[in-house]
Design a protein around this ligand. Structure first.
Ligand SMILES: [Zn+2]
Ligand SMILES: [Zn+2]
Length: 367
């Protein structure tokens, strides 16, 4: 044991001092008896350096205490005291009384000795305010209008539901990072859907997401709304317009068969152009198959079709002939044809030419 250079007592020393002298001379802390924190009841969030959700009371209290405690040494807030942790540790107990948290802090200056534990208490007062986001939200504020339109005709109800599901899901995700990514109003019009949004960047992101899902194009227009009195800056309102391609405008060529490509919720829906059967493929798997080139997406306008006629039927295969161009004959194994009916000599069909192969399609009526 060494001697404390202040009082001369023999002890295990910290910075050359015994525990009493160390506490007296080297370790001071203070915490206000009452701490006011702006709190928005509408969205359960509080303000420190920015507005944050109050999901976890303990981490909220930890954060507020850390911001308000002043101490000559760093204090580590822990859930339990530990002898393996040589920091100055503190644990927090609290009583939740609605908009007041009564907080008790126990500080352990010496990790291996609880005799010198200190206590302090404080009150955290949630002071009712409306955050900027909520005041804008309830005031009907919007920075952008996301206009969703179909290429030609009106958006069908089923499709509108699919669109709104995606918009809702994506907004929920965005709002975790961008508090202004709220929807302040939705208008379903004859020509499409208008979504009024608190954040332009969120509107753009949702637009991109829709295009990825449904295929289409996006554009923007800006309208001068006035001039901000404080900053003198011009205020614009942006309209982000998403033009979605119509249903049945795309085909998928998958494992040597041709399908109409559509989406249903999170999945891609492939309707066979031969037998009408439907495949449902998860978006991720669809992307994988695309990458592996097992799947090819073909736009309607570039699909090359040809009329064909059955010229011979054997137990294993059909002989067919193109009814235009070079009138070439070719064979198709019966196993590979998924039509619901048996083909007879003289039957006429449609075919699509993909990768130099002729792929059978049922009558045009499907398309
Ligand atoms: Zn001493
Ligand atoms: Zn709020």
């Amino acid at each position: 044991m060494k001697r404390c250079f202040v009082c001369g007592k023999e002890d295990k020393l910290t910075d050359g001092k015994c525990k009493e002298c160390y506490l007296k001379e080297s370790f001071q802390f203070s915490i206000p008896g009452r701490i006011k924190v702006p709190y928005c009841k509408s969205c359960n969030s509080y303000y420190t350096n920015r507005w944050k959700n109050l999901d976890n009371k303990l981490s909220f209290i930890d954060e507020v205490l850390k911001n308000n405690i002043s101490s000559s040494r760093e204090i580590k807030f822990v859930s339990e005291f530990s002898k393996d942790n040589k920091d100055i540790q503190a644990i927090v107990d609290f009583l939740d009384e609605g908009n007041i948290y009564k907080v008790k802090i126990t500080i352990r200056p010496f990790y291996d000795d609880s005799l010198f534990d200190m206590e302090a208490s404080s009150e955290i007062l949630l002071s009712g305010e409306q955050c900027q986001r909520c005041s804008r939200f309830y005031g009907g504020y919007y920075e952008a209008i996301l206009q969703i339109r179909n290429d030609e005709k009106k958006i069908e109800l089923e499709r509108a539901n699919d669109i709104m599901k995606i918009v809702d899901k994506f907004t929920d995700k965005l709002i975790l990072k961008d508090r202004m990514a709220f929807i302040s109003r939705i208008e379903e019009l004859k020509e499409g859907i208008d979504i009024y949004m608190g954040s332009l960047s969120a509107a753009r992101k949702i637009g991109n997401c829709l295009i990825k899902k449904f295929n289409g194009s996006m554009g923007e227009s800006h309208k001068l709304m006035g001039i901000d009195r404080d900053s003198g800056k011009k205020i614009y309102r942006t309209t982000v317009t998403v033009r979605l391609k119509n249903r049945a405008q795309r085909y998928a060529y998958y494992k040597n068969h041709l399908y109409l490509l559509d989406i249903a919720g999170d999945n891609f829906k492939l309707t066979s152009l031969e037998g009408g059967n439907i495949l449902s493929i998860k978006a991720k798997e669809f992307e994988r198959e695309l990458k592996k080139e097992n799947m090819k997406v073909i736009e309607k306008d570039i699909l090359e079709t040809v009329d064909i006629s059955v010229t011979e039927v054997t137990p294993e295969r059909y002989q067919m002939m193109k009814l235009s161009g070079d009138y070439e004959t070719f064979y198709v194994l019966r196993d590979e044809v998924r039509l619901k009916r048996e083909l007879k000599v003289g039957d006429n069909l449609k075919g699509a030419i993909i990768n130099n192969r002729i792929v059978i399609m049922e009558q045009e009526s499907i398309i």
